[in-house]
Design a protein around this ligand. Structure first.
Ligand code: ADP
Ligand code: MG
Length: 335
């Protein structure tokens, strides 16, 4: 029996708190489906409608560049031809993502697409691959073999890129920039489990972003207060299937084994100024597990972290400003 769950729609609906006071100035909003998730844009004041439409256009442009399934996207051309001249966006995203692949020693690997295909994750045909299917796919996986030269990206034969771990984070920042260029000073953008706040709430206070409870995704664990930041959550609860033996197989893969990550974490939330980095790190730190994730935070800094372990303990770094409203206990992590 196989089942695939997409909690993204529900998540998008519950993630943003305190953005709908009756006293708030007029808002302009739009809900879209792109990057395989529900995306909602909300801007306050200024010429909000124009800004929201411009952001939606930019989103369509990014979807056209990064989609693995659209034959003429940058990523599809790299994956089918092995080498392709790409847009500035693609060059920027791949370069930054490769930096995270490196700094997490391969816990993030943007060449995992053959492994995702072996599991049927992107084609809706989820199944446990055979050992030989998996080792063949893993043999075509190594981010160190991606080269970028003068706007041309190349991969060895059979290698395929998957930027699903970080494009939504990048998109959040890009949409915020488009809104800002159109005069908007207060906006909230939700892309599945990624939220990007532009400025503060219209009343000048921080945005309150709800963090989903990984054990009960329609409930909240608590909230973080942010302005001009991304809040990105990765978890095993969002996309998974149940295999023939009743084992839950999540869509975040440990590149060292090719198997869904089983690191003892139920979710990882990264809060920071750079959406792409937050998104890439939320995936990588999930793979790495609690202790390695905390060490990474101590060594690299520049972001805040919320970890939820499989046994229901929340670990929040001291800079996360996390307000726990759940029945679980919180341990604070100090530098
Ligand atoms: P979501 O896209 O649901 O918000 P993530 O940001 O954690 O979740 O990205 C998960 C996606 O990234 C997977 O669907 C897959 O396409 C890709 N992926 C899975 N594991 C890895 C990994 N270890 N390194 C890089 N990409 C990964
Ligand atoms: Mg991610």
């Amino acid at each position: 029996m196989k089942r695939t769950f997409f909690a993204a729609v529900l998540l998008a609906a519950v993630l943003i708190l305190g953005s709908c006071e009756s006293t708030a100035p007029e808002s302009s909003g739009k809900d879209l489906f792109a990057m395989d998730t529900v995306i909602s844009l909300k801007a306050y004041g200024g010429n909000g409608e124009k800004a929201v439409n411009a952001a939606a256009d930019r989103l369509n442009e990014l979807e056209g560049i990064f989609s693995v399934t659209r034959a003429d996207s940058d990523i599809a051309r790299i994956n089918s031809l092995g080498t392709a001249k790409v847009s500035y966006d693609t060059e920027k995203v791949i370069t930054k993502a490769l930096g995270v692949c490196e700094s997490t020693r391969g816990a993030l690997d943007i060449t995992l697409y053959p492994v995702m295909l072996a599991w049927g994750f992107t084609t809706g045909s989820e199944h446990v691959p055979t050992d030989s299917e998996l080792s063949e796919a893993l043999g075509k996986t190594d981010f160190r073999r991606v080269t970028i030269n003068g706007g041309t990206v190349s991969v060895p034969e059979g290698y395929k890129l998957d930027l699903g771990s970080c494009v939504k984070g990048y998109a959040g920042d890009e949409l915020a920039a488009v809104m800002s260029a159109n005069g908007v000073t207060s906006a909230i953008i939700s892309l599945g489990g990624n939220v990007r706040a532009l400025g503060a709430k219209p009343d000048g206070s921080d945005w309150k972003v709800g963090v989903a409870d990984p054990f009960s995704p329609n409930e909240l664990l608590g909230k973080v207060c942010v302005r001009d930041k991304s809040v990105v959550t990765s978890g095993g609860y969002q996309r998974y299937f149940i295999d023939e033996n009743g084992v839950r197989r999540i869509h975040i893969i440990d590149p060292s084994t090719g198997f869904p990550a089983e690191s003892g974490l139920a979710s990882v939330t990264v809060i920071g100024n750079d959406g792409l980095l937050c998104d890439a790190l939320s995936t990588a730190l999930f793979v790495m597990g609690k202790d390695a994730a905390i060490s990474y935070w101590r060594e690299n800094g520049g972001f805040a972290l919320l970890l939820v372990t499989d046994d229901g303990v929340i670990y929040a770094t001291e800079n996360a400003g996390f307000e726990n409203t759940s029945p679980y206990g919180t341990e604070t992590i100090y530098e």
